[in-house]
Structures are given as structure tokens and as C-alpha cells.
Design a protein around this ligand. Structure first.
Ligand code: ZN
Ligand code: FE
Length: 513
């Protein structure tokens, strides 16, 4: 017999109790770790407290206590499908309540915003974008030695050239792609043709307007650069930082409170789950470890965001929409930290970067509980794990323009943003960008977790060590989405274990919770 098991059995006997055969064999099936001693301690306590003072420890009692004590510590295997949840009355012990929050806001654009929208500001804005991305590109071994475009223009015909520039124009004709590429003082025409390398045209197709890239090729006649390869800034493969303890963050977005399609019942179930009131053992285990709830924008549906929106609103007053949000978030347990950023439906300015939602709107939220309100995008660190939080408006543009993209796989479009190291590369489409003196949308710090929403399709994956999560939505398919053929996946919540960066997706749409 294992030493620990022997110890466990003798402590039960020493306390004056016997084990029946079933109970004895059940003890054998448990993992033979220190936990077994904790378990016997609990058993003895329980036996002492029962009024009948039984002599034998039964298997039933053992099972019951084992469930309580062992499940608190050990994470059950991850299962993506969630079994039906049943309300139980068993005491819920919130592990997260006993640990201190460790949250730092590393970057928030709110206090830095100063654009007035003058044309000159756009010049400065794009120059800063170029400089920042050139710096990132130059950190790469293969782009370090790039020359300026004016040098490349002077290079002899057929000589090798390597430049860094912003793509200002893109024309496709007969399987060839012509790009206009510009740096701070010159521009050049780049040709990508399939003659030398068939995959080169494909590579050029993914390039987005206003993106900064490195082009390798050779000098042609008449200031033409014949491309051989394109290099995006990208991110190096790396190991993400991790928390030293099992603490979880729940990533949500796109509540759209005020919309007739807001899924109130599912959201209430989510709140009950956070309180340990619904869910099976595994779900409760996860809930007990949740220390953070992050909302990546679109708390409300807003007013006048798109034509005829009023017909789809259940609450037609923006202040009342936020009041309604407050009545929900009030139910998030106090020991959980709540952080919000705005989305394009919120009452913040629409152009990126968006400052935090003005106090006059979110006052009802601030009155009910502690809320960290930041701008979009923001960077926060949770127990040393850095999260890049972004609503995701530009995903619309990227999905519309780049080949092989779909609303149903938002992760692919998010990966593309990481590759280009910019949150909103394309200027002048649906995503409004304010001409700040600095480009706060360049991804300068490589995050450990990249969270976006907006697309209303929940997804998660890993790109070069970065956990890429789209946090889905709480709104059923809208008329607009129906016309677009978009099938949202509302009510499914990704929960991240900050110690392992594993994601558990929980489905709150089932009424059996
Ligand atoms: Zn939304
Ligand atoms: Fe949105």
C-alpha cells in the first residue's frame, strides 16, 4: 500500500472510525497525492459533526467529500462542449476572492488624444505610422539593410534593391500587380508578376493599402522596381508570459444592450454562472477562478449608428441603454475586476483611437461597482500577461479586401493585423481614423493575448505564440447580418486561464442552465 494512502487510513482509524470495504477500494482509486490527506482530514471533521456518530466511513460520504475538496484544486479536463447546467445549492467557494487583483493599464489613448482633423495633421499622422513601422521592420535581419526609395531610384538597372515603404496604390491587371510605394521623400512603382515566382502575386494580393512593407527586388527601367519578395513587419515567434497562479479572465464584447436582439436571458445566465449559481462541476471550477471580466466594446446598441436603427431598438435612449447595462454589471461579484473599452456603437467618438466612454454616459455603471474604463485600443497587464484590447472595427475592411477572408473566421483577419503590426491598416474605408500626431494603432508591443470583438463570431487560436481571441457577442442575428449572410455565434464566452493561456469556451444559450 502506498505510504500516503496508509497514512490516510491510519488517521481515520486513529480518530476512532472504520472504513467499510467499498470505501476502502474507493480510496484506492483516488490520485495518491497529498490531497488524500486533506481529504481524510475533511472526512474526520464531517464524522465528528454528524449527530448519529457512525462507526463506519461510507463510500458515499467519501465520494461527496472528495468531490468538494479535490475539485477545488484540480482542474478537470477541458471539454469544449458544455454539458447542460443544473442549478445546485452546494456552497460555492470562489478561489479568486482570496487572491489579490494584479491589473495594470499599460497603454490607454484617452488622455493622449488631440486631433482636430486638419489636413496637415494627416500628413504628420501617416509620417509617424511610416516611421514606427519602418523601425519595426528594421529590427528584422532580412530588412535591416533596406535603402531609401530615392537611393533605389538611382540604382543601376538590374541591380538588387531593398526598400521600405507605404503602399499608396494597388492596381491589378492580367495576373500582375502594380503598387505605388512611398517613403518620406520619394515614391516608386513596384511590379509583382508571376513570371519568376507564381506565389509572389498571391503575396502581393494580401498586401493592404496604407500598410508599410519591405520590398526586395531589382531595379527595372523607368523607375520600376521588379519585386522578388515582400516582407511584412510580422511578430517573432515567442513564448507568451504567463501568470504564476491559476487565475482566469473572461473575455466578452458586443452586448448591444438596447437592441431588440440583445440576448438578455443568456446574459443573465452568464452572470449567475459568475456567481457560482449555475453550471456543472467543471463550469463552477472555472467560475471560481475568474478574477477579471474584460468587455471589448459595444456595450450598448447606441442610437443612429446605421440607417433605420430605431426600428430595431428596444430602448431608444442612449442614457437608458447604459442604465440597463449598469443593472446587469451590478451582478458581477465585487472581487472580480471589470474593464471596459468602447466600440463603434458606444457613446465615444467614432474615429480611432477612441477615448474611454464619457463619464456622463457610463455614470450609472460607475455608481454600481468599480469599473476600469479605458479607450480603444488599450493594453493591460493581468498578473504579468499582456492583453491588447481592441474593438475590431477594421476587421470589416480587412475581411472585405484581403483574399480568403471570411466573417466566420475572424481569427485569420486578426492574424493579418499582427503580421502588418497595425490595428487599422486601410485608411478611408469604413474604419474612421483620427489624425493624431502619433499613430496609436501601430502594434508596437507584442501582446500575449489579442482580444477583439465586433464580428460577433467567437473564435480563438494561437498565432506565433500570441493567443488570438474574438469574444463573440450577446446579440442574435440582426437584419443587416442576415442580408450579409453572417451567422453570429452569440452567447459563447471564451475564458482564458492566465496561467496556461488555455481557453475554455462556455455556451450560455441553453435554457437548461
Ligand atoms: Zn457589435
Ligand atoms: Fe462593433
Amino acid at each position: 500500500m502506498n505510504e500516503l494512502l496508509q497514512k490516510a487510513v491510519s488517521s481515520i482509524i486513529a480518530a476512532g472510525y472504520q472504513l467499510d470495504t467499498d470505501a476502502f477500494s474507493f480510496l484506492h482509486t483516488l490520485p495518491q497525492t497529498e490531497d488524500i490527506l486533506k481529504l481524510t482530514e475533511e472526512i474526520i471533521k464531517k464524522m465528528k459533526n454528524t449527530p448519529e456518530k457512525p462507526l463506519f466511513v461510507s463510500k458515499d460520504l467519501l465520494e461527496e467529500v472528495a468531490k468538494e475538496t479535490l475539485l477545488e484544486e484540480k482542474e478537470p479536463p477541458l471539454a469544449l462542449s458544455s454539458p447542460p447546467m443544473i442549478e445546485t445549492k452546494k456552497a460555492f467557494h470562489a478561489y479568486a476572492k482570496d487572491i489579490d487583483a494584479d491589473m495594470k493599464v499599460i497603454d490607454d489613448p484617452t488622455d493622449k488624444i488631440c486631433a482636430t482633423g486638419a489636413i496637415e495633421e494627416y500628413v504628420e499622422y501617416f509620417q509617424d505610422r511610416f516611421r514606427k513601422l519602418r523601425k519595426i521592420l528594421r529590427q528584422r535581419m532580412d530588412a535591416k539593410d533596406a535603402m531609401s526609395i530615392s537611393e533605389a531610384r538611382k540604382a543601376p538597372v538590374n541591380s538588387k534593391v531593398k526598400i521600405i515603404g507605404m503602399i499608396t496604390e494597388k492596381r491589378e491587371s492580367k495576373q500582375k500587380i502594380f503598387l505605388q510605394v512611398e517613403d518620406l521623400d520619394a515614391n516608386i512603382t513596384v511590379l509583382a508578376s508571376p513570371t519568376k515566382n507564381p506565389s509572389l502575386v498571391e503575396k502581393a494580393q494580401i498586401l493592404l493599402l496604407d500598410q508599410v512593407v519591405c520590398v526586395i527586388g531589382f531595379k527595372g527601367k523607368n523607375d520600376l522596381l521588379i519585386a522578388e519578395d515582400f516582407i511584412l513587419p510580422d511578430i517573432p515567434k515567442r513564448k507568451p508570459r504567463r501568470a504564476s497562479m491559476p487565475v482566469y479572465a473572461t473575455l466578452i464584447s458586443d452586448l448591444h444592450v438596447g437592441s431588440k436582439k440583445f440576448m438578455q436571458e443568456a446574459f443573465k445566465r452568464f452572470l449567475l454562472w459568475l456567481n457560482g449559481k449555475v453550471g456543472n462541476e467543471k463550469m463552477k471550477y472555472v467560475a471560481s477562478h475568474v478574477k477579471y471580466v474584460i468587455v471589448a466594446g459595444d456595450l450598448v446598441d447606441g442610437i443612429g449608428v446605421y440607417p433605420k436603427q430605431i426600428e430595431e431598438l428596444a430602448i431608444k435612449d442612449i442614457y437608458k441603454q447604459y442604465q440597463e447595462v449598469a443593472s446587469f454589471i451590478e451582478q458581477i461579484p465585487d472581487y472580480i475586476e471589470l474593464l471596459i473599452i468602447p466600440g463603434n456603437h458606444d457613446a465615444s467618438r467614432k474615429a480611432l483611437p477612441q477615448p474611454a466612454i464619457p463619464k456622463e454616459y457610463i455614470e450609472p455603471l460607475l455608481k454600481t461597482r468599480k469599473v476600469f474604463s479605458c479607450g480603444n485600443p488599450s493594453i493591460v497587464s493581468l498578473h504579468g500577461v499582456e492583453l491588447l484590447l481592441y474593438h475590431g472595427r477594421s476587421l470589416d475592411d480587412v475581411i472585405a479586401v484581403a483574399p480568403n477572408m471570411s466573417f466566420h473566421t475572424p481569427g485569420k483577419a486578426m492574424n493579418l493585423l499582427l503580421q502588418g503590426r497595425h490595428l487599422a491598416p486601410i485608411y478611408g474605408e469604413r474604419t474612421l481614423i483620427a489624425p493624431e500626431l502619433q499613430d496609436y494603432l501601430v502594434i508596437e508591443r507584442i501582446p500575449d493575448v489579442f482580444q477583439a470583438g465586433h464580428v460577433h463570431v467567437q473564435s480563438h487560436g494561437v498565432y506565433r505564440g500570441v493567443l488570438v481571441v474574438n469574444s463573440g457577442a450577446w446579440q442574435q442575428q440582426t437584419e443587416y447580418q442576415k442580408r450579409m449572410g453572417l451567422l453570429p455565434t452569440p452567447g459563447i464566452v471564451p475564458v482564458v486561464n492566465l496561467q496556461t493561456l488555455q481557453v475554455t469556451s462556455l455556451d450560455f444559450t441553453s435554457p437548461f442552465l
